[in-house]
Design a protein around this ligand. Structure first.
Ligand code: MG
Length: 387
């Protein structure tokens, strides 16, 4: 039986790599739905290659354009908007939803997919950051599973396999440090968008690359790990590991540490999630220890990269605060990419907005979306004032 798959964010970095993997296993997967949003040229190619039942774009206008482009090539129906994403994520026949949309847009479709008992392969860490408690609780109720695609969390998931929770002493999240780690605080201020986008080890989307440069990415990953694995925050530690070959580790109560290593290739964690609980062979580059020769580690600098501190703080306060952290960060990162603010303004803006926010405990999805909207509006006006 072929696994029936929906991909939300099929034209993004993770989405494209997911389809590459699927293409090389033609007997294993059936693509039922593709959510492509704005890049309709690429989406058109994907529709022709994978013949999904339904595809989703951002709005009606793009849907009409895509229909014209396809010129009745096949029977793929074209829907639009978040409702369209929800529709394809909850189709009766679908087994797994790959969630690879940047930002909070992934939240509602992911929640609905879980409610419909779909397996989730989660690349969009933001959904877990803003609503991790809700999503993991619902997954338990529905007896379904959320499989991480984030490389660190895939590593932890693989190290944790079948271990009871009370055997875990701590999770060690590795961080490359990103492209700016060795700069002085004063040099950080003048970093250009191009420098910040120049990640030493990974080729990724723009948002996550900037988050890696500010180390907010690691902060968001702490929150993601907290909920994904049900591990209290004080048992999650960050270690800088510039070579990024160890994707993360788990230390157990007997002093044993398990680590997962591989080349820098997102296809490895994507493939792991797609085939779980099985493993499939591939011919991706193998790690050659004699070539890498050394693995080094150091303590993270929370003073220089205060985004990490803000993430721990948001997790500690919990409720709607992680949504505020995330929403403010998305707007601030965007403003930096548009050259409206300096990279060092990002944590300042987030911190100010977090100070203004009174977190609501045990929020619903709507409360989370409200907090997110509020944080974005505040961030927009703070970024505007910085110009
Ligand atoms: Mg990661």
């Amino acid at each position: 039986m072929k696994r029936k798959i929906v991909i939300l964010g099929s034209t993004g970095s993770i989405g494209k790599q997911t389809l590459d993997i699927i293409k090389s296993y033609p007997d294993e997967f059936d693509v039922i739905g593709l959510g492509g949003w704005e890049n309709i040229n690429l989406l058109k190619e994907q529709i022709i290659a994978f013949k999904p039942k339904i595809s989703v774009v951002k709005n009606e206008h793009l849907a009409n354009n895509l229909k014209k482009e396809l010129n009745n090539f096949n029977k793929t129906k074209i829907y639009w908007g978040i409702d369209g994403l929800i529709k394809i994520s909850t189709l009766e026949e679908v087994d797994m939803v790959v969630v690879a949309i940047t930002g909070i847009a992934s939240l509602v479709p992911t929640f609905e997919a879980i409610k419909h008992r779909k397996k989730i392969a989660l690349a969009s860490k933001e959904a877990m950051v803003v609503a991790g408690e809700l999503l993991t609780r619902e997954a338990k109720v529905q007896n379904t599973i959320i499989l991480p695609i984030d490389s660190e969390h895939s590593a932890i998931f693989q190290c944790l396999k079948n271990e009871p929770k009370n055997n875990i002493e701590k999770i060690i999240l590795t961080a490359s440090g990103g492209p700016l780690y060795n700069l002085t605080t004063s040099a950080l201020k003048d970093v250009s968008v191009e420098d910040a986008l120049n990640h030493p080890n990974w080729k990724m989307g723009k948002k996550v690359t900037i988050d890696s440069a500010t180390l907010m990415n690691k902060g968001l990953e702490v929150i993601e790990a907290r909920w994904l694995f049900g591990i209290p925050t004080d048992k999650i530690e960050i270690v800088i590991h510039p070579q990024s070959y160890i994707h993360s580790m788990v230390q157990f109560i007997d002093g044993t540490i398990l680590a997962q290593l591989s080349e820098h290739d997102m296809k490895i964690p994507i493939q792991f999630a797609l085939f779980y609980p099985e493993r499939a062979n591939n011919n991706y580059t193998r790690l050659d220890f004699t070539r890498i020769s050394q693995l080094t580690f150091k303590k993270p600098n929370f003073t220089k990269f205060s985004c990490i501190k803000l993430a721990y703080k948001a997790l500690d306060i919990n409720g709607t605060m992680p949504a505020v952290l995330n929403g403010a960060n998305e707007i601030a990162v965007n403003a930096f990419l548009n050259k409206q603010i300096n990279i060092t303004d990002i944590p300042i803006i987030i911190q100010n907005i977090m100070k203004e926010h009174k977190a609501m405990p045990n929020p619903s999805i709507n409360d989370i979306l409200d907090a997110d909207r509020w944080a974005r509006q505040r961030a927009l006006s703070l970024c505007e004032n910085k110009k």
